[in-house]
Design a protein around this ligand. Structure first.
Ligand SMILES: [Zn+2]
Length: 341
C-alpha cells in the first residue's frame, strides 16, 4: 500500500461533562479539539472530492486523512462545523433521512441514551430479561442465561452487560420485538417525548444545508438506519432512494455521491445497486487504513476516533499513525470488523 488514507469515524462530539448525559459514549469536545491539533501536526486533511479523485488515479498529499461524522447529530453543527471552519477543513457528514425528516429517534440512539441514563448496566440487563420473559412463549425465545452467554462476549468497546444490551436490541431478536423493547426502555429510562428528544438530538434540514454551503460533504446513511445487508433488494432500493431524495432536498448533486453503511452492513446486491445509482464511494466500519488505488472504492475501511490520540502534543507512535508512517513492506492491517454504533 503506498500512501494509505486514514479515514476517521466520529459519532457524538459534545461537551459531555456539562451535559444531561455525562455517561454517554461520546467524544468530549476538548478531546476532539485536541485530536484535531494532533491531526494538524501529523496528517494532511483532505476533503471528499480529493478522495474521490484519488480513487481515479489523482495523487493525495502525504499521510492523507479524511474526517467523517455519522448519524446527523446536532453536535456536528454546534461543535464540529465551527472547529473545521477555523482550520479551513472539509469533513463528510452522514445523516439518516428519517431521523431528520420525521422527528423519530433511531433505535440505535434510543439504546445509547438508555445505556447513558442508567447508572448500573446490570439494572438494564434485568429490565431486558423481564421484557424477554413477557414475550418468551410468543416468540419461542431461548432462556435469558443462554441469550446472555451468546451475546455478551468480548467487544472492542464495552463490558459484557453493555455488549449484551446493545447486541440483543440491535440484532438479537425479531425486528418488531426488538423495536418494542427498545422503545419501552427508552420511555422508562430516558423520556416519553420522543419528538422533542429528536429535535434536540439531530440537525434540522437548514443546519444540514449550512454544512453543505460551508463546503462540507453530505452523504447517504440510509433512510431508517438499518442493517442494509439484512434487507431484500426492494427494501434496499427503498432505503437508498429515500435517502437520495432527502439529499436532493438538501441540494446535494446526484452524481458522485457518497454512501456510509449504517453499522457497516452491505452485501453484493447493495453494491450493485449503488453502482447503478452513481455512487462514487462507500465507507464501512471495518478497521483499517484505506488503499484508494487498490480497495474497492465502495468498501473503504475507517478507524475510530478512539484509535487516535486526543492531545495535540501526543507522541505519534501508536497505531494507526505508525501504520500510516511505516514503509509499505512492513505495514500490517489491524483486524477488521465490528460495529461501534
Ligand atoms: Zn450510523
Amino acid at each position: 500500500m503506498s500512501n494509505p488514507l486514514t479515514i476517521v469515524m466520529y459519532h457524538y462530539v459534545r461537551p459531555l461533562a456539562d451535559s444531561r448525559f455525562p455517561e454517554l459514549k461520546a467524544l468530549e469536545l476538548a478531546r476532539f479539539r485536541g485530536q484535531l491539533d494532533f491531526i494538524a501536526r501529523h496528517y494532511h486533511v483532505v476533503g471528499m472530492a480529493e478522495v474521490i479523485a484519488a480513487t481515479r488515479g489523482e495523487p493525495l498529499p502525504p499521510r492523507p486523512l479524511l474526517l467523517t461524522f455519522d448519524d446527523g447529530y446536532r453536535d456536528h453543527h454546534a461543535h464540529v462545523l465551527p472547529a473545521l471552519r477555523e482550520r479551513g477543513w472539509s469533513g463528510a457528514f452522514f445523516p439518516p433521512a428519517c431521523a431528520v425528516r420525521e422527528g423519530r429517534v433511531l433505535d440505535v440512539n434510543k439504546i445509547h441514551f438508555t445505556l447513558a441514563g442508567v447508572d448500573d448496566p446490570a439494572r438494564l440487563v434485568a429490565a431486558v430479561f423481564t421484557a424477554l420473559d413477557d414475550h418468551r412463549d410468543e416468540h419461542d425465545l431461548p432462556a435469558n442465561e443462554v441469550l446472555f452467554a451468546s451475546l455478551s462476549r468480548e467487544s472492542r468497546y464495552d463490558g459484557p452487560e453493555v455488549t449484551f444490551v446493545k447486541r440483543i436490541l440491535q440484532k438479537g431478536l425479531p425486528e418488531a420485538l426488538r423495536e418494542s423493547i427498545t422503545d419501552t426502555l427508552f420511555r422508562r429510562f430516558v423520556t416519553d417525548d420522543e419528538a422533542a428528544f429528536a429535535a434536540e438530538l439531530y440537525m434540522t434540514p437548514d443546519e444540514l444545508r449550512e454544512l453543505h454551503a460551508a463546503g462540507m460533504c453530505l452523504g447517504s446513511h440510509g433512510d431508517r438506519h438499518l442493517w442494509l445487508n439484512t434487507l431484500n433488494a426492494e427494501q434496499q432500493r427503498h432505503e437508498i432512494d429515500a435517502s437520495l431524495a432527502f439529499l436532493a432536498e438538501l441540494g446535494v448533486p446526484r452524481h458522485d455521491w457518497v454512501m456510509c453503511y449504517p453499522y457497516g452492513g452491505y452485501d453484493a446486491e447493495l453494491l450493485a445497486l449503488l453502482r447503478e445509482r452513481g455512487c462514487a464511494l462507500g465507507l464501512s466500519v471495518e478497521v483499517g487504513l484505506a488503499d484508494v488505488r487498490r480497495d474497492d472504492p465502495l468498501c473503504l475501511p475507517r478507524v475510530d476516533t478512539n484509535d487516535l490520540p486526543t492531545r495535540g502534543d501526543a507522541v505519534p507512535d501508536s497505531w494507526p499513525w505508525a501504520a500510516a508512517a511505516m514503509p509499505p513492506a512492513t505495514r500490517t492491517s489491524r483486524s477488521r470488523g465490528g460495529a461501534p454504533c
